[in-house]
Write a protein that binds this ligand. Structure first.
Ligand code: CP
Ligand code: NVA
Length: 354
């Protein structure tokens, strides 16, 4: 997890949460942002969503490389579209044939990349590949999903919840299914937002204990309520939103049949939905498996916001890149009533390569 930080120099006018904010230098975990960082990302993302043309060219001249060890539709295309819409350039490296560090050390790769490009986006199996890249590279590193976390997804999801319900402090989300990377980032995001999150998993598939420890520590400062259960019906009682994800994540394909047995009672369907608040929405990071973790009747209903979540990937990732890569709004006349964004004035110091 990256801990280095720089103080951004805000331009005027500036959203309240961006002014003087101290940014993390990488986005590896929601924990890198903390409560004020999550609030700031959501605020900037909402602004960029409402006034996209104000930010055209904000990453002009910036080059970002994307290494993906796993397949992707949403993450790859929202990063590529987002970078292009901000005037930057993305290079995509298909790394699905071998691990990023199979041919040379992460440290050597990092010291090459920092000489050529302005940022790195990584989708990996091992979380240590993302933390290792962040440790060695002097340029910002963004986690586009690892086996441990999916922070960009959770930020898009909390933006979606904010759009639907307003104050996140009052939102109750139930996550039903596997205690996986998406669950981990949602738990940390809920902790940062001061929300209630109930996580219902089969026994033995609970979220990572260290993530829970971090979330409870953050939650003690924000008033978040984090509950673990093994009963999906209890978990969804009266909630504002139910979230689920696949039962077998990328890399767990060989466990898929066995997991189908274990998770059978954790399907999100209209019967389970009947236990929620009447206004409740259905959430899923996608890709979804209809008939497994979610019934078609639920994901294809009017209560489903899955495509809003997918859209919001674009907006939050644009906000994240602007924060980490130091872009500025290029047409201040369009953001008179809202804001410009903060500008990063320094990057991690260039390392002296041993
Ligand atoms: N939700 C998500 O990350 O989708 P992709 O795997 O298609 O990128
Ligand atoms: N938990 C899933 C999320 C996909 C976006 C996986 O890791 O495959």
């Amino acid at each position: 997890m990256s801990t280095r930080a720089v103080t951004a120099m805000p331009l005027e006018p500036t959203p309240s949460t961006l002014a003087g904010h101290t940014w993390c230098e990488d986005l590896i975990s929601i924990n890198d942002l903390g409560p004020s960082g999550v609030t700031a990302v959501l605020e900037l993302a909402a602004l960029m969503k409402s006034r996209p043309t104000a930010f055209r060219g904000a990453l002009g001249g910036k080059q970002i490389v994307m290494f993906f060890e796993k397949p992707s539709l949403r993450t790859r295309l929202t990063f590529e579209a987002g970078i292009a819409s901000l005037g930057g350039h993305a290079f995509f490296v298909d790394q699905t044939g071998s691990r990023i560090d199979a041919r040379e050390s992460l440290s050597d790769i990092a010291h090459n990349l920092e000489r050529w490009v302005d940022g790195v986006v990584l989708r990996t199996f091992a979380h240590s590949t993302v933390t290792g890249m962040a440790q060695h590279a002097s340029i910002p590193v963004i986690n586009a999903l690892s086996d441990l976390e999916h922070p960009c997804q959770a930020l898009a999801d909390y933006l979606t919840l904010q759009e639907n319900f307003g104050d996140l402090g009052n939102v109750k989300l139930a996550y039903v299914g596997d205690g996986n990377n998406v669950a981990h980032s949602l738990i940390l995001a809920a902790a940062c937002a001061g929300s209630t999150i109930r996580v219902a998993t089969p026994q033995g598939y609970e979220p990572n204990a260290e993530i829970l420890k971090q979330a409870k520590k953050i939650g003690a400062t924000t008033g978040a309520n984090i509950q673990l259960l093994n009963d999906p019906v209890k978990a969804v009682s009266g909630v504002d939103a139910i979230y689920t994800d696949v039962w077998a994540s990328m890399g767990q394909e060989s466990e898929a049949a066995q997991r189908k047995q274990v998770f059978g009672g954790f399907q999100v369907n209209d019967k389970l939905f009947a236990q929620t608040a009447p206004h409740a929405i259905f959430m899923h990071c996608l890709p979804a498996h209809r008939g497994e973790e979610v019934a078609a009747e639920t994901i294809d209903s009017s209560r489903s916001v899955v495509f809003d979540q997918a859209e919001n990937r674009l907006h939050v990732q644009k906000a994240i890149m602007l924060m980490l890569l130091g872009g500025i709004a290029t047409d201040s006349s369009q953001i008179r009533n809202g804001a410009s964004t903060s500008s990063r004035t320094s990057k991690k110091p260039r390392r002296v390569h041993a």
